[in-house]
Design a protein around this ligand. Structure first.
Ligand code: MN
Length: 480
């Protein structure tokens, strides 16, 4: 049914707006409207690692997963104490992700930005369906402690849900919100979680809490990449009055299907593997942490928000999805931020050609900006504009267009041969950064800009040598 709607929409029917509704994505048509489709696709493309040996979700599964960090995604087919497989590493390799979306790697951030732009101008809202795979089984008896949520870091406080998309409704307007937050299992029906400052979910919660009311949520574990991307879109791109789940429709190429939950008045993702129907309790905080975080450090234990689970539904044969702290999280931030930084910076500094948030900088703190220099000084403006576009940044390196910004060694080459430390450092002390970065004082710290561009016009000693273009297929080579 949903497919038919999408087709009609492409033809321009069912649209209330004068603008023609378009959908840039085609994940659904390519069979990837759920995690099973994604795993099949990866398997066919020989991009999936299958671990056959039984692994313990307590510390072992994560340790084995880390052996493949940044490579192919991993399916743990046998997990101790669980009848279900565990899937990890879907987001830790941009080349694999690009293949899922059928795009070159460098296009990926712009594809996501295009989906957001389409949605902003003519949104294709989610549809509510009557029956859904995520409710094939309605559990009568359940215990969260039996889920195969792994303990990864050796000092973590408990098993974490790291891939779960939380859906809630604004207590005043009813607008839906989707986001990912870490949830630690603490009891049969209980979890504690982190709600970052500035998140819409926290805003919803605080308004419900002020009235002494719980905030109902669904916790959707094992969703398709379209829903995942939609839920990590930053608040600047998806303001509080809009339901960002619509972005998933634009990536899927058809309206996203949701289903009403059984015990709470919030929708769940129809194709999710597991749905925990729950509420965030008011006026209550309980211990959460330590947690292995995006920074590579443990987030410290503290009293944080409490979730009470009221019901569990799932597929007949569900797969537990987990995100391993590291590149998976760096990509979630970086892929969404790069396109938005690029748009914002290029509107002010037109010579900007490309932006990357590096893995070494946690996808958060370090940017490399590539410019086509046509006048002296624009590189410094590019640094300032980049900091303004993404406040979490601590370091910006600006390079010329002959430097490959996705190759850390090439960026280092530019620093080695074009950067003069006595003249090309910009220090911005006492500026607002990211509070999770332990080198800041609760987010307050110094930012640094590094100008690694050659002077303009380019003196001869800065001309990088080139070789002729050849096609290697024209040559007989052994071994081939
Ligand atoms: Mn939102």
């Amino acid at each position: 049914m949903a497919k038919g709607i999408a087709r009609d929409m492409r033809k321009g029917k069912h649209t209330s707006s004068r603008r023609r509704t378009t959908l840039c994505g085609d994940l659904a048509r390519r069979g990837m409207s759920d995690l099973n489709g994604v795993i099949d696709f990866l398997s066919k493309r020989r991009q999936l690692v299958r671990v056959k040996t039984t692994v313990d979700p307590r510390y072992e599964l994560g340790a084995v997963a880390f052996k493949f960090h940044g490579g192919k995604p991993v399916l743990f087919e046998s997990v101790k104490g669980s009848p279900w497989a565990v899937f990890a590493g879907l987001y830790w390799n941009r080349a694999v992700l690009a293949d899922l979306f059928g795009l070159p790697e460098t296009r990926l951030p712009f594809h996501f930005a295009e989906a957001v732009a389409e949605w902003r101008s003519a949104p294709v809202h989610p549809v509510i369906v009557d029956s859904a795979p995520c409710q094939e089984v309605v559990e009568k008896q359940w215990d969260l402690r039996k889920l195969p949520a792994p303990l990864v870091g050796t000092r973590e406080g408990g098993p974490y849900l790291t891939a779960a998309v939380i859906i809630a409704r604004d207590p005043d307007t009813g607008v839906r919100n989707a986001s990912i937050m870490r949830c630690m299992i603490t009891g049969r029906d209980r979890m504690t979680c982190l709600m970052d400052i500035g998140r819409h979910l926290r805003d919803y919660y605080e308004r419900a809490e002020a009235r002494g009311q719980p905030l109902e949520i669904t916790i959707n574990n094992g969703v398709d990449p379209a829903v995942h991307i939609a839920s990590v879109v930053p608040a600047v791109a998806a303001p509080i009055e809009l339901d960002e789940l619509g972005i998933a429709s634009h990536l899927l190429g058809e309206p996203l299907a949701l289903v009403k939950a059984k015990t709470v008045a919030v929708e769940a993702v129809a194709t999710a593997q597991f749905v925990l129907e729950a509420e965030l309790l008011p006026k209550l905080r309980e211990p959460e942490g330590p947690a292995a975080e995006v920074t590579g450090y443990y987030a410290q234990k503290d009293n944080r928000w409490v979730i009470r689970v009221k019901g569990v539904t799932r597929r007949k044969n569900p797969i537990w999805h987990t995100i391993i702290p590291g590149r998976e999280v760096h990509n979630a931030v970086g892929l969404m931020a790069e396109a938005s930084i690029f748009r914002s910076v290029s509107s002010q500094v037109p010579v900007v050609k490309d932006v990357v948030l590096t893995y070494g900088g946690c996808g958060f703190y370090h940017a490399v900006v590539q410019i086509e220099k046509n006048i002296e000084g624009m590189e410094r403006n590019a640094i300032l504009a980049t900091f303004a576009a993404f406040p979490s940044l601590k370091q910006v390196v600006v390079v010329d267009s002959d430097v490959d910004i996705r190759d850390p060694q090439d960026v280092e080459w530019a620093l080695a041969t074009r950067f003069r430390p006595d003249r090309d450092i910009l220090l911005i002390p006492h500026a607002r950064g990211h509070e999770l970065n332990p080198v800041t004082d609760a987010g307050l710290g110094c930012k640094i800009g590094l100008d690694a561009t050659a002077p303009y016009p380019r003196p001869q000693q800065f001309e990088r040598f080139k070789v002729r273009e050849v096609d290697i297929n024209d040559y007989e080579i052994e071994p081939s």
